[in-house]
Design a protein around this ligand. Structure first.
Ligand code: ANZ
Ligand code: ZN
Length: 884
């Protein structure tokens, strides 16, 4: 704790904060139930992964949630703000390997530490509802839900490709594959097909899409990402007959296309490496077999598949064009995904960019079949098969089919309909809606996760564990080395008997994707101790009124969260359709980076806490030295706080040095919640000074003795007193609006700062003057309470009140009468130039205002000899006289 060098103040954050926290804890201030006769408000922040210590991103997220929660409580709501731990996951396994502890032990120790850190920050959390998702009491519900979904056919098993590390003999997550190699072993990763469990989220694709239209409280950016992820497309499935090299007919290829209007431009057909016809063609073709084998290596991530270099090989098979009867070659192409559509594409290199690149690379023919109806130049009329043009992408252009025989002149829609009808009539195709969204693969070949409750029996197959045998408990006290799963290696755990036939059987040793636990935790908080996943209390609290978290969860977590809510609804556990009404995605916390370059060009990144900086008078950093040796360090860009750039600022160090209220205040003041927040200690210092001044002003006011209530006599105020009162109530109005509607906490703080400036200039020791000052200070303390609750708790008492839960005091209300200005000062302009001011009563009629303005002596001088053409009055502000 630093010494506070300001003798006007006795603000000691440590004692202030511990006193407030003790009071809250002793009175169980934030434990809530459903009995209150107030409207409910459920404010939820995304639960943290217990990585070891809080980082600034957590502090920002949870402070935003706390400000909203406390504000809502002060405005008469029954507020639930819970907290828990997303406790399963890969980092615990990595830490276990590194530190030779069991993942469970490491996790629980982290939770204890991080909980104590959260408590130091003074969040208004109902801790009685806390849980860690790795506890059997929690995941038993997930297992029960899963066996029920199995019975409903919403959970199923199928083969699916994973990244296989042949050296470590383990499956890797996508992020563990670096440049095609295993992150630990460095071995070339293979693709392997293994059976895995899936949840049928695609059954809900249309509902998940439509539901986005009912979420006005979600950011458009998130909704757009979700729409793109669901990726609905309307197209045609068309059959192409297939001939082998001898001319014999094989199984036809079905292609999915959203652009049947380009059918006459098909010059070949592309199929995925895993397409059954590819294997068939490879049977007598070793080069092709080798190529297919090569495609099995490398990443399974879709992004990588789409950005990698286009590669392919001719299969020797021929496809028959369904309209012309012409034969075109069938190629294997590495960018065709087996998991989308039919795994086969009618290639139109004239009008599809991927096919264009592919055709140019392999010298396949290109034809133009789409032209511009409204071609404006010779250039637009001529077709050049070597330059890519995306006419179709430009929605403003009028397009028509060309070189397409009977279809010439049709537009996209017309051609789509004509071909759909034709193929449907002939039984060679049909209209189809495709979604990019895939079923959710929930199996992970990991130890530290929730066991998948399935038993495999030779005779009965995959059997769900009966509900009365749940939970299937994960053994926590294990030796964990990283090679192989402790579950697979533990025959005692694995061996069991079949629930159906009683024969010998094996347990599933895979565990659930950790997105499973984070998909329903919000519902569990509403129903602690419930025998089911959620009980009728769920319908009291749900949907969540305000959800807050990082934009990185825009797609997966938020999609699974919405999906799971629909599963809960369909299991009749909740009534609502969507889990959260409003979503706020907070911006990143960023900071300066510092480094020293090594001889080999690598950089050693230096933590900002170890650097002294020199700033110019605009506050820009102009130089930096390492504190340890006084020698210069290089200044890097401002970037997201991260381990790799070593630019994380430890919240604990900040709280120790400045106190929680200062840290909370800075993180709300430095930027609006959706934007990036640059952490800089000079700014933190500024917040500490503000709090010390606030403290000193309240102390000084209180030291002059109590203001007996009711002291204020609004009818007896002089102009200066009225002016301060107006400022108080303007501030109340602004801050309330900033908190509530705009979530603009930064401007709310700025408004209170302005009010405090006015108070410090208000040098009026009269009884009414002191009464107005009391009102101002009480307002400031209450307005700041959501952000700096510890200081407000203490200062409320300094202002002469008994110790109380400030959150239960009503948020200040605007006294409309205080806003009325008796006299207004108006600027008088002549032809737009300021020439003087006039004082008028607020209710002066317009013609009198005009007359007074024209009579203003300086304005009158400028008007001499001119004719007044027009007078523009901006009420309360300006009178502009236009003359010439
Ligand atoms: C011919 C064509 C011509 C296409 C053209 C596009 C443009 P969305 O909108 O994402 O649904 N496609 C179909 N299945 C595929 C797969 N498994 N892997 C890779 N690409 C596949 O995209 C549908 C379009 O993507 C389809 O329409 C198909 O190419 C391709 F000028 O057919 B199109
Ligand atoms: Zn059996």
């Amino acid at each position: 704790m630093s010494v506070v060098h300001e003798n006007t103040s006795s603000y000691d954050p440590r004692s202030v904060e511990s006193a407030a926290q003790t009071f809250w804890e002793a009175s169980a201030a934030f434990e809530v139930d459903e009995a209150a006769d107030k409207p409910k408000y459920y404010c939820l922040s995304m639960l943290p992964y217990p990585s070891g210590a809080l980082h600034m991103g957590h502090v920002r997220n949870y402070t935003i949630g706390d400000v909203i929660s406390r504000y809502k409580r002060m405005t008469g709501h029954n507020v639930l703000q819970p907290m828990g731990w997303d406790a399963f996951g890969l980092p615990a396994e990595n830490a276990a390997i590194k530190n030779r502890t069991a993942p469970a032990k490491w996790t629980y120790a982290n939770i204890d530490h991080m909980r104590s850190q959260l408590k130091l920050l003074g969040y208004a959390i109902d801790w009685s509802r806390e849980f860690a998702t790795c506890s059997p009491d929690y995941y038993v519900h997930e297992q029960r839900m899963f066996v029920r979904l199995m019975r409903k056919g919403l959970a199923y098993r199928k083969n699916s490709v994973v990244n296989w590390d042949p050296v470590d003999q383990t499956v890797l997550a996508n992020e563990q594959v670096i440049d095609g190699r295993g992150w630990r072993s460095g071995a070339l990763v293979e693709k392997r097909e293994i059976p895995q469990w899936f949840l049928r989220i695609t059954d809900y694709a249309q509902e998940l899409l439509d539901g986005l239209d009912e979420l006005p409280g979600w950011p458009d950016s998130v909704k757009t990402m979700q729409r793109n992820w669901i990726g609905r497309s309307e197209g045609l499935e068309i059959q192409f007959e297939v001939l082998d090299a001898t001319g014999a007919a094989l199984e036809p290829i079905r292609v999915f296309t959203t652009r049947p209007d380009t059918l006459m431009g098909v010059t070949f057909v592309s199929i995925a490496g895993e397409h059954p016809l590819a294997a068939r063609a490879a049977a007598g073709n070793p080069a092709l077999a080798a190529f297919l084998d090569e495609l099995k290596h490398g990443s399974v991530s879709e992004v990588d598949l789409e950005t990698q270099e286009k590669r392919g090989m001719d299969t020797g098979l021929r496809a028959v064009h369904p309209v012309t009867g012409e034969q075109v070659p069938v190629w294997v192409a590495n960018f065709v995904l087996m998991g989308y559509g039919t795994g086969a594409v009618m290639a139109v290199p004239g009008h599809d960019q991927r096919d264009f690149e592919f055709a140019n690379k392999y010298a396949l023919p290109l034809v133009q079949v789409i032209g511009l109806k409204d071609a404006k130049s010779e250039d637009e009329r001529t077709w050049d098969s070597t330059t890519w043009r995306d006419w179709y992408g430009d929605k403003s252009r009028d397009l028509e089919l060309v070189n397409s025989g009977e279809f010439d002149g049709l537009d996209h829609r017309g051609a789509f309909e004509a071909l759909a009808e034709r193929f449907e009539r002939q039984g060679r195709g049909q209209r189809r809606v495709n979604y990019r969204l895939r079923d959710w693969g929930v199996s992970r070949q990991r130890y530290w996760g929730c066991p998948i409750p399935v038993i495999y029996c030779q005779a009965c197959g995959a059997v769900p564990v009966p509900e009365d045998q749940l939970p299937v408990v994960l053994p926590e006290n294990v030796a964990f080395s990283g090679t192989g799963s402790p579950l697979k290696n533990d025959p005692e755990w694995r061996k069991t008997t079949c629930p159906d036939c009683g024969g010998a059987a094996d347990r599933e040793t895979d565990t659930f994707d950790t997105f499973m636990e984070s998909s329903w935790y919000y519902a569990r908080y509403t129903s602690p101790g419930a025998r089911e996943m959620v009980d009728k209390r769920g319908n009291y609290w749900l949907p969540v009124d305000q959800y807050i978290g990082g934009i990185e969860h825009a797609i997966l977590h938020l999609m699974y969260f919405r999906f799971y809510h629909k599963l809960l609804r369909d299991a009749r556990l909740v009534d609502s359709d969507e889990p959260a009404t409003n979503l706020l995605t907070q911006g990143m916390v960023i900071a300066e980076t510092y480094y020293r370059a090594n001889a080999d060009g690598s950089k050693d990144w230096i933590n900002p806490a170890d650097v002294d900086v020199v700033r110019d008078d605009k506050g820009r950093i102009t130089g930096a030295t390492l504190r340890a040796d006084g020698q210069p360090v290089s200044i890097g860009p401002v970037e997201k706080m991260s381990k790799s750039k070593n630019n994380g600022v430890d919240p604990q160090a900040m709280v120790d040095k400045y106190g929680a209220d200062t840290v909370r205040l800075f993180s709300m003041f430095a930027a609006p919640p959706e934007q990036s927040l640059e952490w800089n200690e000079a700014g933190v210092d500024g917040m500490a000074r503000f709090l010390r001044r606030l403290w000193a002003q309240v102390q000084k006011h209180a030291a002059d003795g109590a203001v007996p209530a009711p002291a204020l006599d609004v009818a007896a105020l002089d102009a200066g007193q009225k002016a301060l009162r107006r400022k108080i109530h303007e501030t109340i109005g602004k801050v309330g609006d900033d908190y509530d509607r705009r979530h603009a906490f930064n401007t709310a703080i700025a408004a209170v700062m302005e009010l405090m400036n006015a108070v410090s200039k208000f040098d009026d020791a009269s009884a009414q003057g002191r009464a107005v000052r009391q009102e101002a200070l009480e307002a400031a303390v209450l307005l700041l309470n959501p952000i700096t609750p510890h200081s407000s708790h203490a200062l409320w008492q300094v202002l002469g009140h008994a110790q109380a839960l400030v959150d239960d005091l009503p948020f200040p209300r605007v006294d409309q009468a205080a806003l009325v200005r008796d006299a207004l000062t108006l600027a008088v302009q002549v032809n737009g130039k300021l020439r003087g001011t006039i004082e008028v009563a607020a209710d002066t009629p317009r013609d009198q205002v005009e007359a007074l303005a024209r009579a203003e002596p300086n304005a009158a001088k400028y008007l001499e000899g001119l004719a007044v053409r027009k007078v523009i009055v901006v009420p309360g502000k300006i009178v502009n006289i236009v003359a010439g």
